[in-house]
Design a protein. Structure first.
Length: 332
């Protein structure tokens, strides 16, 4: 019997309307457009405004966008995986909130916490459920409302992050398309360099944790940067090598959008020219688990059946990884 693979058969996305520009940030912290653009590549980012607007709002809109394009009934969905570090609540899982909102009454779901690598970790997990033959329609969402945990007085973090959500549908195929390989890594000794200090069971919320600003991202940027450059490039090179591919065989690199300098280093190491590198960091910033599905959403019309795509990410945990996906459809 031929091997069952998990093909990406549809993509959806959502970014909020509100645009936070570098010029606006110049009025909030001691920074300037030139520094932000040259050091990160970000020009603007989207922010989800309003009361009672959790990340699920964006996840629901991304999935509904995908379902309306694909014209499938939400009741056909077997499983929803939501990669996020900014869930609506500590529990229940945001995946379940999305399932209820979209009417996916037959689906089970859960969240995956792997920060900026979350979408890749969820994609690999979803693919296993399809490959087992047990499930036919798996929705993988990557979404984060980073504005909920960004300190807008900290110029070193508030300039990079933004809000958004993207998703893909995985379905079985016995053809040579879909998730061909994935290589995932984590190293908990990286936690001190990128984390949120309070709000978990270690340090539950209290007046003191609020006063000490411990419910926001803590990042030692230059340390994270060094690990990101090395590890994202290493894992991308390894996945090429073990699939007997070179940069010439790759149609697209879909890299996590944390910093344009990290993306450039990864592409260089893989021997991939910038015309093949998906990039939207300038308009959305770093949307954590949403960056890769939002790239697919933005570039969907340019993708052709059979295209070799390498996805790569690095983030808090530390977590990092790469996936090799053979694109399964032509749009239209
Ligand atoms: O998403 C996954 C995980 N995260 C990442 O991959 C992010 C990795 N890190 C980065 O992208 C970069 O480290 C940052 C963008 C966060 C910071 O850039 P950097 O080039 O590493 O800056 P730095 O922290 O080494 O700071 C260099 C200088 C410092 O000034 P002094 O001490 O040299 O006088 C900072 O105070 O730049 C200063 N600086 C700023 N200046 C203007 C830091 N942030 C700003 C700013 N505007 N927004």
């Amino acid at each position: 019997m031929s091997k069952i693979r998990a093909a990406i058969t549809a993509v959806g996305g959502y970014v909020p309307d509100y645009v936070l520009t570098n010029q606006e940030l110049e009025k909030m912290v001691d920074t300037n457009d030139e520094w932000i653009v040259t050091r990160t590549g970000v020009k603007e980012r989207r922010i989800l405004k309003g009361e009672n607007q959790g990340v699920s709002v964006m996840g629901v809109r991304a999935v509904n966008d995908m379902l309306s394009k694909k014209k499938i009934d939400p009741k056909e969905i077997d499983l929803i995986l939501f990669a996020t570090v900014t869930p609506d609540m500590m529990f229940p899982a945001t995946a379940n909130i999305v399932a209820a909102e979209i009417g996916a009454t037959e689906a089970f779901g859960y969240d995956i916490s792997a920060a900026c690598s979350g979408f890749l970790f969820a994609l690999a997990t979803g693919a296993r459920f399809i490959e087992s033959g047990a499930h036919k329609k798996v929705v993988v969402i990557g979404g984060d409302k980073m504005s909920a945990i960004v300190d807008y007085t900290d110029r070193s973090t508030c300039i990079i992050f933004g809000d958004g959500a993207g998703c893909v549908l995985l379905e079985p195929t016995t053809e040579e398309f879909g998730v061909m390989d994935s290589l995932l890594k984590s190293d908990g000794s990286g936690a001190p360099y990128l984390h949120m200090k309070a709000g978990g069971s270690l340090r539950p919320a209290s007046h003191q944790t609020v006063d000490l600003k411990q419910h926001v991202i803590y990042q030692e940027g230059s340390t994270v940067f060094k690990f990101a450059v090395t590890n994202m490039a290493d894992v991308s090179a390894k996945i090429l090598e073990r699939n007997h591919l070179t940069g010439d065989d790759v149609a697209w690199l879909a890299p996590h959008q944390a910093n344009k300098r990290i993306i450039d280093a990864t592409a260089n190491r893989m021997g991939i020219g910038e015309e093949k590198v998906m990039m939207n960091i300038s308009k959305y910033g770093n949307t954590t688990a949403a960056t890769i599905p939002l790239l697919l959403w933005d570039y969907e019309k340019q993708l052709k059946k059979g295209d070799n795509i390498i996805m790569a990410a690095f983030g808090g945990g530390f977590t990092w990884g790469a996936a090799y996906v053979k694109w399964a459809y032509d749009t239209n």
